[in-house]
Design a protein around this ligand. Sequence first.
Ligand code: CP
Length: 317
Amino acid sequence: MRVFTTVKDLGDLNAALKEAFEVKKNRFAYKALGENKTLLAVFFNSSLRTRLSTQKAAMNLGMNVIVLDVNQGAWRLETERGVVMDGDKSEHILEAIPVMASYCDIIGVRSFAQFENKQDDYSEKILNQFIRYAGRPVFSMEGATTHPLQAFADLITIEEFKTKERPKVVLTWAPHPKALPQAVPNSFADFMNEADVDFVISHPEGYELDPKFVRGAKIEYDQRKAFIGADFIYAKNWSVFEDADYGQIISKDRSWTVDTAKMALTNDAFFMHCLPVRRNMIVTDDVIESPKSIVIQEAANREISCQVVLKRMLENL
Ligand code: CP
């Protein structure tokens, strides 16, 4: 594997899941694979889970790890070609990327949507420059439009907790005070559409996601109706995808908050969220603290999803 940004990069999803459970059973079995190899994890944005789980996964594989917070201590990077660099950006990304690559074997990149220009976000301008110019395997630690390590961990978690062959999985929009990218719901849809699940997306009108990720998923604008019979509720906020209001918040309707009354409509569903989560905006205290909340197990599986990706990249160096 040279690149990991979408579900397609994993190839056979069942094989990837099987590998994930093997890794989980003995996460130190491949410690020799990463000996004398270095992972560089580049963060343009904040992180708790991705930062720690990626480092842990790399250490499990025997790798050395360098973490770079681009906004803390590095030179400010210019990302546009042709710009006269007479402002506060001291280094161009076209030099920075190959220099970073010269110190490592594999690169992980976190670079969120900036909501300044939809075309720039949806062309994954930063991540794709790493893929093009690093000459190293590159994986997304959440790009502008996808968060595949999260969605793979979500799928692993659903596989672990499901009690029927084809569970009903509902991705529901929930309110949030700040505009958030579509990366998590995009990737969740991307993975669920390839998995053996009955997948439903529920959101207020105007919050339709990119059809490239939604594909054949059922859309239900009535959240309560969507919850009926669900085995997994996956809550997440996202901002508008459509051109006219791209990156905007058009509703903070708290009637969409996931609460105990709505969970009672489900088939005793498990509650999931990628975290961090705004309590009593996205989900009530009662639901996230209930025995059916598996958000911690879900976060723990981030180590496993990342380890599968790193293992495959190391095997193909
Ligand atoms: N879910 C997730 O990616 O968490 P962080 O933003 O803390 O890495």
